[in-house]
Design a protein around this ligand. Structure first.
Ligand code: SF4
Length: 359
């Protein structure tokens, strides 16, 4: 019988701040967000949470949402100055309609050094049908504005499998991304969440075969163009990974601030509710570490895993690894899945779950 070890933790080096305001509600969205002109109470709540954490050093900071680019300069500064000046990677999520040369210069002056922009598609008809408030042209201009302001570490989000979207439409979106020559792309298949506008309207998900064809084309084209498919939904030029997201995928703790945020400290997961309260979440730490690690091309570092949790996934899941043998690889002390294996990760994980969890 393997012995469970006492888990050792290193200090928290990453923080996520959820800015829950939006100009309008996109039809597919199930994030925590609100349309509000008066941000005062929310900002106070977020700032109080950050102050309590008393953070001295940080490697990555991520303002997500919601729509962080909605914040005024004064609102932005109230949050920014609660964090250390020097941060290796400071990402801000933006929507194209908010981006002006003035705002871009301001974010730059506050040491934001990575922008993740929600483009979703370059097709105006589809943008309208999903409730986005920018045009394809505005997205193109926004990228140019950001570049002129000196942002070089840029990522955009695209969605595929939208209602009425064809394979040709997806091909056009990806080709436009490639023409922009950006270092990073996050691309997601549309999920119809029950709480979203689409969910309430009973919109049907994309045909599974079409969605699979789209994803296959996306992966092949991006890889041929020199991008690494380093996580299920993420592609990067060599080495240009999201350092912040790697903290999630590589089993590290991270602070979560703002209503709707998640965090993890001392291995304990939590979320922040709408009143700003921290609600602990029951999770299976080692299983989550495996689940997150196997999403990426880097897999799970077996010796760190053993040191942290006291058991060896290679031994415990030997049966499952054998069942999916062509997809599992072990190299340089890491257990990882090949690309086809990552595509069926959910099926593999179900087989890894203890039997009582499946009842
Ligand atoms: S997708 Fe983004 S911008 Fe749209 S409603 Fe959701 S959080 Fe707001």
């Amino acid at each position: 019988m393997e012995q469970e070890a006492e888990v050792t933790r290193s200090p928290v080096r990453s923080a996520y701040v959820h800015i829950p305001f939006c100009h309008g509600i996109c039809s597919y969205c199930a994030f925590y967000r609100r349309i509000s002109q008066d941000h005062t109470g929310w900002l106070k709540q977020i700032c109080d949470q950050i102050r309590k954490a008393d953070i001295r050093e940080l490697d990555t900071l991520y303002f997500g949402g919601g729509t962080p680019s909605i914040l005024t300069e004064e609102e932005f500064d109230r949050i920014r100055f609660l964090f250390p000046d020097q941060i290796h990677e400071f990402t801000m999520e933006c929507n194209p309609e908010d981006i002006t040369p003035e705002k871009a210069a301001f974010w730059k002056s506050r040491s934001v050094n990575r922008i993740s922009m929600g483009v979703q598609t370059f097709d105006d008809r589809l943008l309208k049908s999903i409730g986005r408030r920018h045009s394809a042209q505005k997205a193109r201009e926004a990228v140019e504005i950001l570049r002129r302001a000196g942002f070089e570490n840029l990522s955009i989000d695209l969605i595929f499998g939208l209602p009425g979207q064809t394979l040709k439409d997806v091909e056009r979106d990806v080709m436009e991304f490639l023409q922009m020559d950006l270092p990073h792309l996050s691309i997601y298949s549309l999920q119809i969440e029950p709480d979203s506008v689409f969910g309430k309207q009973g919109v049907h998900p994309c045909d599974e075969d079409l969605e699979a064809d789209m994803f296959e084309w996306i992966i092949r084209t991006l890889k041929e163009s020199g991008y690494e498919h380093y996580e299920i939904s993420s592609f990067a030029k060599p080495g240009r990974y999201s350092q912040h997201n790697l903290a999630y995928w590589q089993d590290r703790d991270f602070f979560g601030f703002g209503p709707g945020a998640s965090g993890r400290e001392q291995g304990q997961r939590y979320h922040i509710d709408s009143r700003g309260q921290r609600i602990p979440e029951e999770t299976d730490g080692p299983f989550e570490a495996l689940m997150m690690g196997l999403r990426t091309q880097f897999g799970v570092d077996l010796s760190s895993f053993r040191e942290k949790y006291g058991w060896d996934p290679g031994r415990r899941y030997a049966d499952v690894i054998k069942r999916y043998a062509p997809h599992f690889c072990e190299q340089d002390g890491r257990l990882f899945l090949d690309e086809n294996g990552r595509e069926i990760l959910n099926t593999i994980l179900v087989d890894m779950l203890p039997e009582e969890s499946c009842e």
